[in-house]
Design a protein around this ligand. Structure first.
Ligand code: HSE
Length: 436
């Protein structure tokens, strides 16, 4: 059989990784797919940029539309990232009846419904395993491997750059900005690195995971989002002293009246496996009613780990090029007419435990005032420690761990605590999850 001819949009870190993996493992891949897979045409922003791959035999252009429109291209692989022009290019490929493989989480999270509608109308496949958790086949695991379960919740470290920063801050006491610059050099970070540190990238990925886990529409707009930029080295150290690690988690949890969708820094008991996932590694913990907890771990970013997922999707596409379209796995795991429009609970309704750090004047009665405010709000305390004051400083850090509480109740208690004259500045609050 003739090889399947691929058009590549984007020849950066992931594009280069895809070319390398396809060429190094060509024989093995062809044995799996049933056809050889060959990159024939690729679009790059700059033709003279240094590359991690050999582009001999690949026609190069700066115009991605030329690749999509090339009649010799059978499958389009979109690795440009961002919503536009990726959306127009993917839409054009689908209109031409060409299957699309993409690693673009922003595109799927925000425009997935439109893309799937187009794909359905034309009976062509769109595959996006690389969009979530890099090389971990988490979409396939939830969509297919756990298809017999009712998924209760999932929680994941789904941004490699953020996890790399938190790990380096904890282990080596390194500076936030310095570690971020290294993540950029290594090709882990987004084109706009604020997407990594402010939680946007994790929110894109959580949107996709929740849709696949619960059979709900893609609701990026409803994700409660917080990044790691306000986490200090002191918080990391205090959390450790109390037996916790701080990780940036994406959490989707079923509740009786809807679902919680949120990404934020989270204290996790240090004995949990997921608390020990370090560096650029990702991990996703999925709780199914039949299987119980399952954990998926691996590299969440980088050239070849992400290429591993892209190439796996290419193999799937090649295998199904001749299959009956009605019997393919649905994009969001559930049949499109079977999506359940679950309400996403506002962040005020979310329930978590909390780590609070406050700067209190070292004088009698302050702690009593703080604990009274918490008690009045029905918030129960799990642990409390008062640290030594730094030299020449009149306030002492006080760390409080609470039991689970409605976020709205915690926020109003925090506002009352911040209004006490003996409390200086804002209260730092980080949510805690036992994940048991
Ligand atoms: N910037 C992303 C991360 C790349 O660090 O996880 C992989 O999606």
């Amino acid at each position: 059989m003739k090889p399947v001819r691929v058009g590549l949009l984007g020849l950066g870190t992931v594009g280069g990784g895809v070319v390398n993996v396809l060429s190094r493992n060509a024989k093995e891949i062809a044995r799996r797919a049933g056809r050889e897979i060959e990159v024939i045409h690729a679009a790059a922003r700059r033709l003279d940029a240094p590359r991690i791959c050999d582009t001999t035999g690949i026609r190069l252009t700066t115009d991605p539309l030329e690749v999509v429109n090339n009649p010799d291209v059978d499958v389009v692989v979109e690795l440009i990232g961002g919503v536009q022009p990726a959306l127009s290019l993917v839409a054009r490929a689908l209109e031409l009846g060409k299957p699309v493989v993409t690693a673009n989480k922003a595109l799927i999270a925000k425009e997935g419904a439109e893309i799937f509608r187009l794909a359905h109308a034309r009976g062509v496949q769109v595959a996006f395993e690389a969009a979530v958790a890099g090389g971990i086949p988490i979409i396939k695991a939830i969509r297919e491997g756990l298809a017999g379960n009712r998924i209760e919740w999932l929680a994941g470290i789904i941004n490699g750059t953020g996890n790399f920063i938190l790990t380096e801050m904890r282990d080596k006491g390194r500076d936030f900005a310095d570690v971020l610059a290294e993540a950029q050099r290594l090709g882990y970070a987004e084109a706009d690195p604020t997407f990594d540190v402010e939680g946007v990238d994790a929110a894109h990925k959580l949107t996709i995971l929740a849709a696949i886990a619960f059979g709900m529409p893609l609701r990026f707009d409803a994700v409660g989002m917080e990044g790691i930029s306000r986490i200090t080295r002191e918080d990391v150290a205090y959390a450790e002293e109390l037996g916790y690690r701080i990780k940036h988690l994406g959490i989707a949890r079923r509740r009786e009246n809807g679902v919680e969708l949120r990404v934020h820094p989270t204290l996790i008991p240090e004995r949990r496996l997921i608390a020990n996932v370090d560096g650029v590694k990702n991990a996703v913990l999925v709780m199914g009613d039949a299987v119980g907890p399952t954990l998926y771990y691996g590299a969440g970013a980088g050239a070849e780990p992400t290429a591993s997922a892209v190439v796996a999707d290419l193999v799937d596409v090649v295998r199904t090029l001749t299959a009956d379209p009605d019997h393919r796995v649905p994009h969001l795991a559930f049949q499109p007419d079977q999506l359940d429009d679950l309400p996403v609970l506002p962040m005020g309704e979310v329930e978590t435990a909390y780590y609070l750090r406050l700067a209190a004047a070292d004088q009698p009665g302050v702690l009593a005032d703080v604990t009274r405010i918490l008690a009045d709000a029905g918030i129960s305390i799990e642990a409390i420690i008062q640290k030594e004051a730094a030299e020449d400083v009149a306030v002492v850090p006080v760390i409080i761990l609470t039991h689970r509480v409605r976020e709205a109740d915690m926020m109003s208690a925090i506002a009352r605590i911040e209004a006490l004259p003996a409390i200086e500045g804002e209260v730092t609050r980080i949510r805690m999850e036992a994940l048991s």
